[in-house]
Write a new protein. Sequence first.
Lengths: 250, 481
Amino acid sequence: MLNIKNLHASVEGKEILNGLNLQVNPGEVHAIMGPNGSGKSTLASVLAGREAYEVNEGEVLYHGESLIELSPEDRARKGIFLAFQYPIEIPGVSNANFLKTAVNEVRKSKGLEALDSKDFLKLMKDKMQLVKMDKSMTQRSVNEGFSGGEKKRNEIFQMAMLEPELCVLDETDSGLDIDALRIVSDGINALRDGKRSFIVITHYQRLLDYIVPDFVHVLYKGKIVKSGPKELALELEEKGYDWIKEEVEI
Amino acid sequence: MSEDLKIIDEVTSGEYKWGFVSNIESENAPKGLSEDIVRFISAKKKEPEWMLEFRLKAFRHWQKMQEPQWANVNYPKVDFQDIIYYSAPKPKKQLNSLDELDPEIKATFDKLGISLLEQKRLAGVAVDAVIDSVSVKTTFRQELSKLGIIFSSFSEAVQEHPELVKKYMGSVVPYTDNFYAALNSAVFSDGSFCYIPKGVRCPMELSTYFRINSAGTGQFERTLIIADEGAYVSYLEGCTAPKRDENQLHAAVVEIYAHTDAQVKYSTVQNWYPGDKDGRGGIFNFVTKRGLCAGERSKISWTQVETGSAVTWKYPSVILKGDYSTGEFYSVALTNNYQQADTGTKMIHIGKHTRSTIISKGISGGRSNNSYRGLVRIGKQAEKARNFSQCDSLLLGDKCGAHTFPYLECANPTAKVEHEATTSKVGEDQIFYCNQRGISTEDAIGLIVNGYCKEVFNQLPMEFAVEAQKLLAVSLEGSVG
């Protein structure tokens, strides 16, 4: 599904990713861990097509097609979803209105008819249950005045609504207490259907207790320096990153 | 320039859809302004002597006045001798039914989406349509007259209800008020007149649609709304003009008089031709709008969505004379390309326990300049008066300007006045967030701007709010609509 080869990317002239390789097949969950500044969020931004991030070298293939020249909205319409680390507020625009616009744009790109209000409300009702979201949230302005937990829940709700193929979760666990973490993780797990793939970016093993990955990768200085099964995350939790750094330096 | 800025640039240089010219034969006065022209206009309208007197007094006063210079706008000096002060679609005869309306005029309004017949049937909105200077058709009159409501063109009111016109005209905006009000008082050619009798709640929205068609003319219409004790009316005003390279002057006066317990809600969607994207042409919109809350517990509410005109100079105001009276001002002003707007309100608190609310949303794109100018004055007697003002500015791109000039004069220590102001830019973060959900940058800007204006749109009657949203989208995005 996603094939990243020798990716070099920079922001403001500074190279952050240098030679990253990653292959994600349908239905797989990949966790990306690594110390601060290793390039985790940059990877998320590059995948989503954020303008300030420049790809200098390498390939990002999605279903065999290069993503690099595609606009962010076209990537989204092709099924790539980024759950933001810091969701953005849009005052005066209700969650429902925002999502209706988004859902119908995605549908349009697939040649589907726009959902009418009735079908849309029904879809919203179904998906809200996944993240135990209160109905009133749909009438509130997008993320405005939401608590940290509500914002993250709203991201997963949007993800459920848009039904993407590849979900990139950028530190979705940051700022969540245990209860919120459980709700968010349950929502994500409910969306695992054997075909949808996930890239879970996190600092902590804790999240991976709830969302069990197929693979764990360690990102360090812009490359993946170690990959392994889910147990690797436990090892990292226990020993920190120093031993990996040492391995790499040698 | 970043990609987002480029797109903002593109979408904010949209085309004006209402720029067509209708082939309506019209009868014009010779160019220029003199006592003779004033007499000519008055004679054309077969006005009584007192009306001519009013005009002449205004004209003589105007000659002694100077054009105001204090507004934050720049435009070439208007040559008042190079304007045609009277232009009427010809032939002007008494219309008994819609079928008698000049088909070309009807076609014009159909094109504008103001199908007089449709409006009448579907929306239940009574419409007065003014082309150039003359009212061409008022719908729904008979139904309204059963309730004692008078809704007609100003000229007809002068003939049929001289006592009301005489009593109220100039009582809120005297001809001495300012340069453009004086000019209007001298040469106004038509407009709408509305009287709601005691205790009557007007069952439908009343609406005036203004259209400038002829070249080289000025439009000077005058609207007078009187709500008698306990009456209620909601009034809508819309305007457009053809695309022309030269500037055209529009100097209107609107007066609202609210008696005890009366309520008037006045909504405007102003979409005069704004000029092309290089700043050529467009309407100079110099308008005096004022309401007087004369009676206790009366209420006047202005809602305006301003997207058109090359230069706008407009301050819909409320004089809160009656105790416990309320004034409101809700405004969205969007400027684009080289447009300039200096707009806001005045809330003059005279009575006790008077309240006013000001919500102003300015949006600037292109190389435009958008200023909010507002005065809140609390008089000595205005015990426990209250005002809340909120003035927000939103910038699209990096070549436009937003300015805020709030004036506050408070002569009563028991009054409470609050002012909040913010300036923000449509953030690249917000646009990217929308993009990531599959929404294009154009649509994202539309969504964000509409969200920003929501508080004001909520004040508009439903159909008008939808129209305003669409208009805003078009003003932002060009051909999308």
